[in-house]
Design a protein around this ligand. Structure first.
Ligand SMILES: [Zn+2]
Length: 405
């Protein structure tokens, strides 16, 4: 029986089948059962953070991803010259190293749930198992889907991406992992692919995860195809079941955001990524109460993402209260995705819990009642080995990027 010992800071909690329960007062006699949550009077016990949109496949990027030979001048060129070259270069080994490195970093930062959007066009079949196995082993909660696209190999590539989602959704039994259906973005798929993705999602009662209106190029593409925009296209082709996750929405208008909200769709704002890619600020997201926070592949230190949200939101005239609500909205998104009570440190809630002094790295992290970070150290994996493997895999990946222009 694990006890989250708050001492005089109280109340303390014990864990009952991965859920929080109030502890009966009295000393914890066996030291191995005690999780110290009172080493400093400033220690707070809070729910683990949720990163509602990310890309674990880019986890090696902080380890020296080289700048492209020709600097990108717009969003599509950023994709073409950096991320679409990186994802084509991924194989099983580099994906595994990337995922382990990014997950370890997330857990050590107090992030306990990731909503991952995956693509590795030269390693599609079985790729979701690599990600899911590492999430389960290291002990992070994960929702994951393969972002089907036609940008490299046309309709056949998209079918393989959707088949990987289907295979994974059928086969996955990991306690911490849920499957999703995913599309890369409206502008890299045909109507047929969108329709097939929607049919798959509805038939398996799985949510969709897709980039929408991240850049104006996505909107212009949907208009050229005869739609009002990418959101309207996805809704028209019945590809956004309730509970779906739409990343970005930078170039949606307020009426479109309201339509997404009415369809029960979550939107995810990614402040650092949007700023870095210079795609604009998502003004219209204020029309939805279901906007969560994601890092879009940036490291999952959600405090840094939150600071960026506050800074950019204020600069763009967003309401302070609405911004604060966005910081917590990921908990609702995760509770819906995993069909469990997440997001509060209260009896009955699942023990995805972090103990730490605000502004310092967390010392104790539990996911589903399992200790994953103890006294500031990762206990579910060998951090030195994870970092060494990542440093070995990164330059190999950069070399393959050169080989696959
Ligand atoms: Zn993204």
């Amino acid at each position: 029986m694990i006890v989250l010992d708050r001492g005089a800071l109280g109340p303390s909690f014990q864990l009952d089948a991965g859920r929080l329960a109030l502890v009966t007062p009295g000393p914890v006699t066996r030291p191995e059962q005690r999780v110290d949550c009172a080493w400093d009077e400033r220690v707070q016990l809070r729910p683990g953070a949720v990163n509602a949109h990310t890309h674990l496949y880019s986890g090696l990027a902080p380890l020296g991803l080289p700048a492209p030979a020709r600097p990108p001048e717009n969003f599509v060129q950023i994709l073409e010259r950096i991320w679409w070259r990186l994802d084509r270069a991924l194989d099983e080994k580099s994906l595994r190293a990337s995922v382990r490195y990014a997950i370890a970093d997330a857990l050590l930062s107090g992030t306990t749930t990731l909503v991952d959007h995956h693509e590795s066009p030269r390693f599609i079949e079985g790729s979701l198992d690599v990600i899911a196995d590492e999430a389960q082993a290291l002990g992070i909660r994960l929702a994951v889907g393969y972002g089907a696209t036609e940008r490299n190999g046309g309709a056949e590539e998209a079918q393989r991406g959707l088949a990987e989602c289907r295979r994974f959704l059928d086969a996955n039994r990991r306690s911490l992992v849920r499957g999703m259906v995913a599309l890369h973005a409206s502008f890299t798929v045909s109507d047929e692919t969108i329709r097939a993705a929607g049919e798959l999602a509805w038939s398996l009662t799985a949510p969709m995860h897709v980039h929408v209106a991240e850049d104006v190029a996505d909107v212009e593409d949907a208009r050229r195809r005869g739609y009002e925009g990418p959101l309207e296209r996805l809704l028209h082709l019945e590809a956004l079941p309730p509970g779906s996750v739409v990343a970005h929405g930078v170039h949606l208008d307020a009426a479109e955001v309201e339509r997404a909200d009415g369809a029960g769709v979550w939107l995810v704002q990614n402040p650092r990524s949007n700023e870095g890619n210079r795609v604009g600020y998502p003004h219209s997201l204020r029309a939805s109460a279901h906007v969560a926070l994601g890092t879009d592949g940036w490291p999952a230190k959600m405090d840094d993402e939150a600071a960026a949200l506050r800074r950019l939101g204020r600069a763009h005239g967003d309401d302070e209260k609405a911004l604060e609500a966005r910081l917590g909205a990921g908990q609702g998104l995760a509770s819906a995705l995993f069909k469990m009570s997440l997001g509060e440190v209260k009896p009955g809630f699942v023990a995805d819990v972090v103990a730490g002094v605000p502004g310092e790295p967390p010392r104790q992290v539990l996911v589903n009642g399992r200790r994953v970070v103890a006294d500031g150290r990762l206990v579910t994996g060998d951090l030195e080995e994870i970092r060494a493997k990542a440093k070995e895999a990164a330059p190999e990946l950069w070399r393959r990027m050169e080989a696959f222009p």
